[in-house]
Design a protein around this ligand. Structure first.
Ligand code: UDP
Ligand code: MG
Length: 313
């Protein structure tokens, strides 16, 4: 019998987890042709998420958990899940039911047909989400689509079912700066995109503030694209050319009509402008250097403090 592992990253999800568990058990009955493993990853929750999970584990031996020493972020939680999943098929899903477990049977069927290696999901709308958040999210995907070599789809969720070979490829990408949507796209494999209407979270609150999302989007851009570096170099080249032409004009003018003190303000403006652009470009380069800095330290992506899984990594 093939084994199906569900990876569920949880951060302060004690309110949503009972609904999730109930729904997964219900859906699990339809999937009795698979041996199920529910791998909950407690990402350093501050509420009683871990004891709720332990409660499930006591009654249900399909429930496994990994608990972190502190909050490492959803990316770390997903990576820990991938490293420890023992299934032939693996799916990642949120604990708040925004990734409906009821889609699983359909996803499995698509995979069983054999043509695809992975079934990914995409929400076709963003109903119930703040307008401003949707606007910026759309913009992010548009920009990413243009500048990145990883194929990133608008509205894509992390909710994905995949075969073992894809999981192994993800585990092999042990980079510290992680952006899973980019990683999934980058490793390739044949992916079927399943579309569904947005579902609002069943209980609890979102863990993503606008600022956190903004930083995450920058992470996405700098991890999967060199475009900002190119922008920096091109603006440098163009400004140098402009400055050379301007200098020539000033020089010729000084020869023909003599120098004048007039033009002081514009000079200052130009100096300030170029100074600004230089700092901006330096900042972009700094972003990439900081990535290298973190990457070279090779710190672990997560640290386990507790688990009920044998040989947990
Ligand atoms: N999550 C996590 N670590 C974090 C933040 C979130 O493991 O630091 C989990 C969270 O418990 C949930 C999933 O990631 O299962 C998605 O989080 P959330 O629902 O808050 O994000 P949203 O759906 O609002 O984008
Ligand atoms: Mg959610």
């Amino acid at each position: 019998m093939e084994k199906l592992t569900l990876i569920i990253p949880c951060y302060n999800e004690s309110e949503a987890l009972p609904y999730f568990y109930e729904e997964v058990c219900r859906v699990g009955q339809e999937l009795d042709r698979y041996e199920l493993e529910l791998l909950f990853v407690d990402d350093g929750s501050k509420d009683d998420t871990l004891s709720v999970i332990k409660g499930f584990a006591e009654k249900d031996e399909r429930v496994k958990y990994l608990s972190f020493s502190r909050n490492f972020g959803k990316e770390g939680a997903m990576y820990a899940g991938f490293c420890n999943a023992s299934g032939d098929l693996v799916a990642v899903m949120d604990a708040d039911m925004q990734d409906p477990p009821s889609l699983l049977p359909q996803m499995l069927q698509l995979l069983e047909e054999g043509e695809y290696d992975s079934v990914a999901t995409r929400r076709v709308n963003r109903k119930g989400e703040p307008k401003i958040r949707s606007f910026f999210a759309r913009m992010f995907y548009k920009i990413m689509g243009r500048i990145s070599d990883a194929d990133i789809v608008d509205g894509a969720r992390d909710f994905r079912l995949m075969k073992r070979k894809m999981v192994d490829a993800i585990v092999a990408m042990g980079e510290t700066n992680r952006f899973s949507k980019g990683i999934f796209g980058w490793i390739g494999f044949k992916t079927y995109w399943l579309e569904y209407e947005n579902v609002e979270r069943v209980a609890g609150e979102t863990k993503w503030s606008f600022w956190k999302l903004f930083k995450y989007s920058l992470e996405g851009i700098t991890n999967f694209s060199d475009a900002p570096l190119k922008i920096a170099s091109w603006s440098g080249i163009i400004l140098t050319l402009v400055a050379a032409v301007a200098l020539l004009i000033v020089f010729i003018r000084a020869l023909c009509v003599g120098d004048s003190v007039a033009g002081w303000p514009s000079t200052i403006c130009i100096i300030l402008f170029i100074g600004g652009v230089q700092l901006f470009c330096l900042g972009i380069i700094g972003q990439y250097i900081s990535k290298i800095f973190h990457e070279t330290k090779k710190r672990p992506i997560y640290i386990l403090s507790e688990t009920n899984k044998k040989d947990a990594k």
